[in-house]
Design a protein around this ligand. Structure first.
Ligand SMILES: O=C(O)CCC(=O)C(=O)O
Ligand SMILES: [Fe+2]
Length: 488
């Protein structure tokens, strides 16, 4: 190599190549990191580590003399996830389990699987599977247990007991629970769901632990119960899912989240057009919108190329600091009601990207979107299994109407495409959408709310959902005219 300069040049080329390989490797690793961040199982275990595992380690006897660790931890403490975050993450996992009919055993192995005809199928294959520990499952089970939701607690605690048994009686400092705790909670959950014989056998196992009067009493109670009312043969199908207040629409909602519903069949109805749309506006002449009319009643339109990746990134960047603030500032009640979602409002000047988007919405819809006729751009970010229950965007009662009237239409933009889950489901119209930008009228021409617009945001399974939307209100008298037909 040292005999000629040419050889040295070659060596430099080789090194350059190696550096390029390294660069590619790092890029791939960064992508992998992105994948990992967007995985709810990773997010859950991370929150759990930060909320309780580190705490248990830092304050364990083993770490007593490590004052540096303790003071370092105390410095960060204020920024660590709170118990509500951990509970919210656990509830998020159970929501994903329900809405996407996921198999708990699969989730525990880091997989997202649905069981159909006894066979598990992956509905999403993560690049990295993050398995859960017995203690992770114990925590989810306990959150369910504390809400008296024994349907979920049985399933998660079964997994917890199985995993704790697998690790033997080894004591792990970061754990919150033990095999004994899991058995105890599982026994009671079984009892509450009417499975007395399982409750009894688990309680009998608990008798091997340092004696506990309550367990002894339970064993006697369960034995008596089994004699007085022996279990009926396998007639019941096990515990039912807890009912919720939107049960009426729940089945449809979940089906739409899983399947996208019955997508529009354009060739069957000539009014469901796909076209290059300018709305007769000179501003759209050179770059028309790729419009797809999805539904006529309610009237829902999809614009395929509404926002560029660069614009979306800019909007997310603008919203990020405001989003954080809005979470801290939200009152306790609201934080729990809309848990897993944070919001920010962006004003933006006419020249800004926000202003340009405003202008584009106005050109496409022909509506006056200037504040206060349109609300500021709202950016929403969804957390673990973040979702939005079925609702209307318009106010159903005049009491809640703003000065500029009701929300006549919605323009919703997806700032990043979600990898799995997270679609917007139109409950009555029977379809769901996950991409680009959609527009729909909330009010009928007679000013009344259009009940057919009932819609929901499905929980995000994988990915980072940034939906944002423009809501237009009255002030559109000449653009969205009333009809002479009061029924319209
Ligand atoms: O996230 C979604 O898909 C729906 C959000 C929504 O409906 C709303 O913010 O009003
Ligand atoms: Fe909505």
């Amino acid at each position: 190599m040292y005999t000629s300069l040419l050889n040295v040049k070659q060596a430099i080329n080789i090194e350059q190549k190696l550096i390029d390989y390294l660069g590619t490797y790092i890029d791939h690793e960064l992508e992998r990191l992105d994948d990992v961040k967007a995985n709810p199982l990773v997010a859950f275990t991370l929150i759990k580590r930060l909320h309780s595992e580190w705490l248990n380690v830092v304050y364990s006897d083993e770490a007593l003399e490590n004052t540096q660790l303790r003071s370092g931890y105390e410095e960060e403490e204020a920024d660590l996830p709170k118990v509500e975050d951990l509970q919210g993450a656990a509830k998020g996992l159970m929501r994903l389990q329900d809405v996407y009919a996921l198999h708990v055993g699969g989730l525990v192995r880091g997989r997202f699987q649905r069981v159909a005809d006894g066979k598990p199928t992956d509905i999403y294959l993560p690049t990295v599977s993050v398995p859960l520990s017995g203690d992770d499952c114990f925590l989810v089970g306990k959150v369910a247990y504390e809400q008296e939701d024994y349907y979920h607690s049985v399933q998660w605690l079964e997994e917890s007991v199985r995993l704790f048994r697998g690790t033997g009686s080894k004591w792990i400092p970061e754990n919150e629970g033990t095999l004994q705790d899991a058995l105890d909670h599982l026994a009671f959950s079984h009892f509450k769901t009417g499975n007395v014989s399982n409750a009894l056998s688990l309680s009998q196992e608990l008798l091997h632990y340092p004696l506990n009067g309550r367990v002894l009493q339970n064993v006697a109670k369960y034995e008596k119960l089994l004699v007085s009312s022996p279990p009926k043969s396998l007639s019941s199908n096990g515990p039912r899912r807890p009912t919720s207040n939107y049960l009426r629409t729940r089945d449809t909602y979940e089906r739409l989240c899983q399947t996208q519903g019955s997508q529009p069949v354009h060739f069957e109805n000539p009014r469901l057009v796909c076209d290059y749309f300018t709305n007769g506006h000179p501003g759209l002449l050179l770059l028309p919108a790729r419009r797809e009319v999805l539904s006529l009643q309610p009237y829902v339109v999809l614009y395929h190329n509404f926002i560029t990746d660069g614009e979306a990134e800019e909007i997310k960047g603008l919203a990020q600091p405001a989003l954080r603030r809005s979470v801290v500032a939200s009152g306790e009640k609201q934080a729990t009601a809309e848990y897993r979602i944070s919001k920010a409002w962006l004003k933006g000047s006419a020249q800004s990207t926000v202003g340009k988007l405003d202008q584009k919405i106005s050109m496409l819809t022909g509506l006056n979107v200037k504040h206060p006729h349109g609300e500021y751009l709202q950016v929403v970010n969804y957390g673990i299994a973040g979702h939005y229950e079925p609702h209307f965007d318009h106010a159903s009662s005049p009491v809640f109407r703003l000065k500029t009237g009701n929300r006549v239409a919605t323009f919703m933009i997806y700032l990043s495409s979600v990898e799995a889950g997270g679609s917007t489901a139109f409950i009555h119209a029977n379809f769901s959408v996950t991409k680009a930008a959609i527009f729909w009228w909330n009010l009928r021409r007679n000013g009344q709310g259009d009940e057919d617009t009932l819609h929901a945001g499905c929980p995000v399974l994988i990915g980072d959902k940034w939906a944002n939307k423009w809501i237009h209100e009255y002030g559109q008298e000449f653009q969205h005219r009333c009809s002479l037909n009061p029924e319209e």
